[in-house]
Design a protein around this ligand. Structure first.
Ligand code: ADP
Ligand code: MG
Length: 146
């Protein structure tokens, strides 16, 4: 388990950007933490680290957004940013085709509110949890399961 405390938004985004550079393809990152804890902000830095220059907007209302990743030597092609906040059942989630997306080596998938996955939670995953310590300080804990 890795743990860091960031003192501002930029530190969280730089941390995420560095983590993105370690991705090999096929990773699923589950981001948990309260509203405002920094999950979407982290995702913005993460996407930048994957080489995505497009702005990352929270997919809360549409649940999922996909982004093309420019050609790279690692072979991954698409980044999916999923926010399950508004989903209510595993049935909703099955309809998104998430299981297929998560098992494709050409994809990198980041999921906010992953508790909604229930039994659909993949065995191989990174669990990243965010805790608000003060207005600008966040504790980020990372655990990798394989
Ligand atoms: P979530 O997706 O978890 O609901 P957001 O990323 O949308 O959270 O919002 C986090 C908010 O907290 C942003 O307004 C951001 O500027 C602010 N913030 C302050 N300090 C930090 C920090 N250290 N890391 C991440 N975000 C921070
Ligand atoms: Mg969010």
């Amino acid at each position: 388990m890795e743990e860091i405390t960031t003192k501002n938004l930029e530190e969280t985004q730089i941390f995420a950007e560095e983590l993105a550079k370690k991705m090999k393809g096929g990773e699923v990152l589950l981001l948990s933490g309260d509203l405002g804890a920094g999950k979407t902000s982290f995702t913005q830095g993460f996407a930048k680290g994957l080489g995505i220059s497009q702005r990352i907007i929270s997919p809360t209302f549409i649940i999922m957004r996909s982004y093309d990743i420019l050609e790279n030597e690692k072979g991954f092609k698409k980044f999916f940013h999923v926010d399950l906040y508004r989903t209510e059942s595993e049935h909703d989630i099955e309809g998104l085709g998430l299981l297929e997306l998560m098992s494709d080596k050409e994809n990198i998938v980041v999921i906010e509110w992953p508790d909604r996955l229930g039994k659909l939670k993949p065995e191989k995953r990174w669990e990243i949890s965010f805790t608000t310590l003060s207005e600008n300080s966040r504790k980020i804990m990372i655990e990798k399961y394989e």
